[in-house]
Design a protein around this ligand. Structure first.
Ligand code: ADP
Ligand code: MG
Length: 307
C-alpha cells in the first residue's frame, strides 16, 4: 500500500499546487516544529513601489532618480524594480550604467554618467565598498546628513523601507519604498500555528520594517530576525537547528536559496526564482503561503496512511 499512498499524496498535492521533490520529503514534514518565513516575496507580495524621494541640499530629485534609477534598472531585486519603475515614470528614459555590481543584501554600486553611485542600505554607504573598474573614489565611508537620517527613521517607523543614494563620495538622498503584505499571509500564519509550528520572520530588511510586517500578520516581535545578510540566512537556520528545533523554511530564492537548502524542509515559492525551486523540497506553485500549511498537513496525512 505504501507506493499507492504516496501517489495519492503527491497527486492530491499537484491539485493543490504543491510539487513534491521525492517521497523522502514527506518524512521531514512530520518532525518540523518551526517555520522560518522570508519576508520579501514570501510574506509580502515583493512588488514594491517608490513612494517618496527625500533629497539632501546637494542633490536635485531628477538627478537622484536618473542615477539611482539607471543603476537599479540593472538589478532584479524587488526594491530595484520599484526604484527603476518610479524613475522611468518620472523621466521617460534612463542612461545605461558604465559599470554595475550587485552587493547582495545591501544594494548596488556602479558608474552612471561618470559618477560613482551607491544605492542601498546605510551600511553600504558606511562600508565605502571596494572599487569598481571605472569608478573614481570608492572606499570612503559616507554617512547620511541629519535631515536624511531623520527622513529615514520616519519612513521606517511607518513600516517602509528606506534606501540611501550616494554618489561621488556624498550621501544625497533617501528613497522610500514599500511592499504590501499578501492578503493571504495572516490566515496562512494562523494555519501554520494550528499545525503546531512556531512561525519566525527572517529578513535582511531593518528591524522596524520587519516588526511592522510581523505585527500585521500575527508574528510576535521576539520571533523576528532582521538585518540578516543573505550569506548568514543559512546560519540562522543552522542556529535554530542547534537549539534542537526541526526547521521548515519558506522562501522565494532571492537571497535565501542556501537557507532553503539548509532547512530540514525547504518550501520554495513557485513565483520565485529557479534557485528556490532547485533548493526546495516542496514547491508552492501559486506562491500562496496558505498552501505551505496545506502541504505540511497533506504530507503528514499521507504518512499517516502509510504507517
Ligand atoms: P529580504 O530578506 O527581505 O528578502 P534582502 O536580503 O533581499 O531582503 O535585502 C535586504 C536589504 O538590502 C533590503 O531591505 C534593502 O535595504 C537592501 N537592498 C538589497 N538589494 C537592494 C537593491 N538592489 N537596491 C536597494 N537596496 C537593496
Ligand atoms: Mg527575499
Amino acid at each position: 500500500a505504501t507506493p499507492t499512498a504516496l501517489m495519492v499524496g503527491t497527486g492530491r498535492g499537484a491539485q493543490l499546487g504543491i510539487l513534491i521533490k521525492g517521497p523522502e520529503v514527506l518524512e521531514s514534514t512530520r518532525k518540523v516544529d518551526t517555520i522560518v518565513l522570508d519576508k520579501t516575496g514570501t510574506v509580502t507580495t515583493g512588488r514594491m513601489t517608490l513612494l517618496a524621494v527625500h533629497t539632501g541640499d546637494n542633490a536635485e530629485e531628477s538627478e537622484v532618480l536618473r542615477l539611482a534609477g539607471a543603476l537599479e534598472h540593472a538589478s532584479e531585486h524587488p526594491i530595484a524594480r520599484a526604484v527603476a519603475e518610479g524613475a522611468l515614470e518620472k523621466l521617460g528614459s534612463l542612461p545605461t550604467p558604465e559599470d554595475f555590481a550587485n552587493v547582495p543584501g545591501l544594494g548596488v554600486q556602479g558608474v552612471v554618467d561618470g559618477h560613482a553611485v551607491l544605492v542601498g542600505r546605510e551600511q553600504l554607504l558606511a562600508m565605502g565598498v571596494p572599487p569598481l573598474e571605472r569608478s573614481r573614489e570608492w572606499g570612503r565611508a559616507m554617512e547620511l546628513p541629519a535631515s536624511l537620517a531623520h527622513a529615514k527613521s520616519e519612513a521606517e517607523a511607518a513600516g517602509r523601507t528606506a534606501i540611501a543614494v550616494a554618489w561621488d563620495g556624498e550621501a544625497r538622498a533617501v528613497l522610500e519604498v514599500a511592499d504590501a503584505v499578501k492578503e493571504t499571509s495572516p490566515e496562512a500564519i494562523r494555519r501554520l500555528r494550528d499545525l503546531g509550528l512556531t512561525p519566525i520572520l527572517l529578513t535582511g530588511d531593518n528591524r522596524a520594517v520587519a516588526e511592522s510586517v510581523a505585527r500585521e500578520v500575527g508574528i510576535a516581535p521576539e520571533h523576528v530576525i532582521a538585518e540578516v545578510l543573505p550569506q548568514d540566512k543559512a546560519d540562522v537556520v543552522k542556529r535554530l537547528q542547534g537549539e534542537g528545533r526541526s526547521v521548515a523554511m519558506v522562501g522565494d530564492g532571492v537571497n535565501d536559496a542556501a537557507a532553503l537548502a539548509q532547512a530540514d524542509l525547504g518550501l520554495a515559492m513557485g513565483t520565485g526564482t529557479d534557485a528556490a525551486i532547485e533548493a526546495g523540497d516542496l514547491t508552492l506553485v501559486r506562491g500562496d503561503l496558505r498552501v505551505a500549511a496545506d502541504a505540511i498537513r497533506l504530507s503528514r496525512r499521507t504518512l499517516g496512511t502509510i504507517r
